[in-house]
Structure formats: C-alpha cells, structure tokens
Design a protein around this ligand. Structure first.
Ligand code: NDP
Length: 333
C-alpha cells in the first residue's frame, strides 16, 4: 500500500496477500456486462467461481463460456464470497428475495458500485463482510485489459469487517480480477456513489448539451453535418484529447494544441457564466448527497420507468446527428 501526500491509499499487485482466496468459493451474481468479464478473469486467475443468473440470454452465454449457471438463490446459499453484479436498480429486490435468505455468518458481499450501500437499498447483516470493488472501466474492457495484461483502475473499500479477513478477501479479489496491475484507490461506498453521480450529472450533461448545440448551430450555418460529428467525436481526435489529460495532465496537455486553439479555447472558457454553472453543480451535489436524486429514481422505478421509456423513445428515434453518423459510416465503413 502506498499512501499519497493527500492521505489517499493506493494498492498494487504486491499488496494482495499470497493465497488470499485460498479455500473460498466466489459466486458471481449476474452474468451481464461486468459479470461475464469478472467471472472469466477470476476463473483464469485460478479462483473457484460459480455463476448465478436469471433465466435469460446471459445465462446461455455463461453456459457457452463453460460455467454451470444456476439460479441466484442457489449461488447465494453455496458460496463464501458473493460479487453482486446486477443492475443497481434491482439490487434491493434481488438482495431481499434471493441473496439474504442464503447468507451465512462469515460470508462476504462485494459490490461493484457504492449506490446500493450509500442509499440503503441493501441492509447488510452484521455477521458478513461488506466490500466495494468498483471498476472504472466498461464491462467488456475489464476482460480485454485482463487479457492484455494492462489491468484496470478500481475503487476499493471495506465497509464492514465481520471476519477480520475482509481486507485480505478484498485485495485477493482485486488482484484476481486483474485490477491491481493498474492500481486501486481506497474510497468509501458513500463517496464512490457521490462521485459517480456527480460527474454523470455535471460534466455529462454539459458536454452532451455542448455537442448538441454546436451541431445544431453548425448545421444551420451550413457546415456539413458529417463534418460536425467527425470533428466532435467520430474521428477519435476528441477521445485522444481526453487521453492526453490522463497522460500529460489536464493543464499540461495544453501544449499539444496549437496557438490558435489555445488562445481561442482559453479565452472562450473565461467568458462562460462560470458562477451560474458552479451554482447548478452545487445544487446537483446537494440533491445527490441528500438522497433526493436516489428517492426520485426509486419513485421512477415504482412507476414503471416512464422517464426512461421517454428517453429511449428520443434516443432511438430519427434525428439529424444519428443520420449524419450513419452517412459517415456508410461512406467510410
Ligand atoms: P447488466 O445490465 O449487464 O445486468 C447484469 C445481469 O443482471 C443481467 O443478466 C441482467 O439480466 C440481470 N438482471 C437484471 N434484472 C434482474 C433482476 N431483477 N433479477 C436478477 N437479475 C437481473 O449489469 P452491469 O454489468 O452493467 O452492472 C452490474 C453492476 O456493475 C452494477 O452495480 C453497476 O453499477 C456496476 N458497474 C458496471 C459497469 C459496466 O461497465 N457495465 C462498470 C462499473 C460498475 P437482463 O439484462 O436479462 O435483465
């Protein structure tokens, strides 16, 4: 473990005790985007893995991958460590109906997102370890980066140490899924959930709105829609710019851009209404911290997800950006 100047703790490969998961069975609950990658990585690292999934197409994939998938309740009752890899919004129902009845003293529950713990969707009994192993990587990439040897970054935390072995188990898991090759940072489930929602609900909407408005304005001004979507994301230049933030630093990477871009971009940034943005961000943070957002999302679920259906209607309908993207793909393959 390395403790940075700011007091933050980082973990790398050597921090996992030898044989940390010896004699333990790990139940992967949910063989979806992240569950499949985690299960395959754990198995390739020599861990005894069982898979529990509802009877859906993912279950067939698990069988094709050589697992013997069984109902979630069976895995929950049979394994020592349970990695809950089902969507956050169903965590309360699945925990109550299928996981809790099978839990025994000394088991461990591990979450890939702090949401269920932060907002009380799952009330862990005092006699089980509660762990957070939250990747900062898309599900499929968790597998690809394991295979390439690069690994992926995670946030880790022991939320409850009932056995005295919670850290050993957590670091053993983090190592076996391939995360410690890149590194893990200690962060509580509550802070992980706040961070995740904050960036999704501040940077995300502003970036998305900027892209939509620039497309509309540019297209109205006679710029080819194909060029606009290429410029903003399809060429990969913007993704590479974000990559340079990681490699060179957010400010230090400025020198990658020419003088015209630096002069224009920096001065336009200064002319934005930063106070209004900061106010909006602060309100958003307060709403996340108070549980207001989680409460509204819970109500959305109870009502049968009307807003999510409306969003799906908008994003799957006809729109000029999607049409322009398709014309670029048709032309360039
Ligand atoms: P998925 O949407 O891929 O779902 C995982 C599995 O859960 C699927 O088999 C799904 O079946 C099943 N499932 C859905 N509803 C139920 C239910 N009511 N009862 C039982 N099983 C159900 O999940 P993700 O892999 O995307 O996310 C899992 C966890 O990982 C979440 O906590 C998420 O926040 C976290 N995470 C995910 C990342 C990602 O890249 N996906 C990255 C980092 C963290 P079906 O689809 O057929 O309904």
């Amino acid at each position: 473990m390395t403790e940075g100047d700011g007091g933050v703790k980082f973990y790398r490969r050597g921090d996992a005790p030898e044989g940390a998961l010896q004699g333990e069975t790990v139940g992967v609950i949910g063989y979806g985007n992240l569950g499949r990658s985690m299960a395959l990585n754990l198995r390739d690292s020599g861990v005894d893995v069982r898979v529990g999934n509802i009877d859906d197409p993912y279950r067939a994939v698990a069988a094709r991958d050589g697992f013997e998938p069984v109902p979630i309740a069976d895995v929950a009752a049979a394994c020592d460590i349970l990695y809950l890899l089902i969507p956050d919004e169903v965590m309360d129902d699945v925990y109550r109906d299928e996981v809790a009845p099978g839990l025994a003293a000394g088991n461990a529950m591990c979450f890939a997102s702090g949401y269920a713990l932060a907002y009380g969707l799952v009330p862990p009994p005092p006699e089980v370890d509660v762990l957070l192993l939250a990747p900062r990587m898309l599900g499929e990439e968790v597998r690809h980066t394991y295979e390439s040897g690069d690994g992926f970054f995670t946030y880790v935390s022991v939320e409850q140490d009932a056995t005295g072995r919670a850290w050993q188990r957590l670091l053993g898991l983090a190592d076996a899924v391939g995360s410690l090759r890149k590194g893990a940072m200690q962060l509580s489930a509550d802070k992980e959930a706040t961070l995740d929602l904050l960036i999704e609900q501040t940077v995300g909407p502003y970036l998305g709105t900027a892209i939509q408005l620039a497309f509309q304005l540019g297209a109205d001004a006679g710029l080819p829609p194909e060029a606009l979507v290429l410029e903003m994301y399809m060429s990969g230049e913007m993704a590479r710019t974000f990559q340079t933030f990681a490699e060179e630093g957010f400010y230090r990477s400025t020198t990658w851009h020419g003088a015209v871009a630096q002069y224009g971009g920096f001065l336009r940034t200064l002319s934005l209404d930063r106070e209004a943005m900061a106010r909006h961000f602060a309100e958003t943070l307060e709403d996340i911290r108070s549980g207001g957002f989680a409460k509204r999302f819970h109500d959305e679920k109870q009502a049968g997800y009307p807003t999510l259906q409306a969003i799906a209607g908008i994003t799957s309908g006809d729109d000029p950006m999607t049409a322009a993207e398709q014309r670029v793909r048709d032309a360039l393959g």
